[in-house]
Design a protein around this ligand. Sequence first.
Ligand code: AMP
Ligand code: MG
Length: 267
Amino acid sequence: MTTYRVEPGRRVELDAWDPGDRSWFEDGKKKGVRELSELRERLDELQALLYAEHRHKVLVVLQAMDAGGKDGTIRSVFDGVNPQGVKVTSFKVPTPLELDHDYLWRVHRHTPGRGEVAIFNRSHYEDVLVTRVHGLVDEAVCRRRYAHINDFERLLAEEGTTILKFFLHIDLDEQKERLQERLDDPRKRWKFRQGDVEERKLWGDYMRAYEDAISATSTEWAPWHIVPANHNWYRNLYVVRTLVDALEALDMRYPDPEEGWEDAVIE
Ligand code: AMP
Ligand code: MG
């Protein structure tokens, strides 16, 4: 079976990863959408179990170019999951207070507690991506940061966090269509930023920054997945399947009931 998991130590060249690929699920969109809704139900059950067991922690990191589908993935994959026990953090341009600290300072407090799923919409990776592309940090600093990040994620993993990192990979043409749609659709227009048009011109630099970051930080304890994301249903299906598989591997069980529950009488 095709998988989009990046083996640790493998050098990633994004040109070799087709954003329009659909070879991992060969039965087509109609069956894919049906499978997606079955997997969502399974995810709901597993998340209820995670919450009840109160032992494991799950961190989902989403990175993508503008209009890459981070918001849509969160909406679709977690549709139907009990919001209690799931928290989303969207990382924006750092505030002055955040800039006065190391770049992981603002991140650590949003990592999941026991029984929780934390979703990062952008993440600590911005500090080796957008900052790199704009020359705020150079390659040497990035290399040091990859090491920090691997250590940080290892700390989280060793303390009971399952970490899943997804790069939602679209191509330039797809981004153009999606940005145009933001202009054309009054309900999406609020999302449009002139800045996105400027960033788009730096596409190649972003791809190089992603290649370096993903190659250096796909580890056994926190692997990257490069998800073909031109097709929304396919992207959602891959992400939910990967999450379900990871949760099933945790081998969770509901806590034992309170002693004496058999004798309880409810009057
Ligand atoms: P959005 O996700 O569309 O709401 O945009 C958030 C913006 O914040 C993006 O342009 C990110 O590149 C930017 N951003 C997020 N984290 C950082 C960071 N650590 N340093 C600089 N810019 C950031
Ligand atoms: Mg944006």
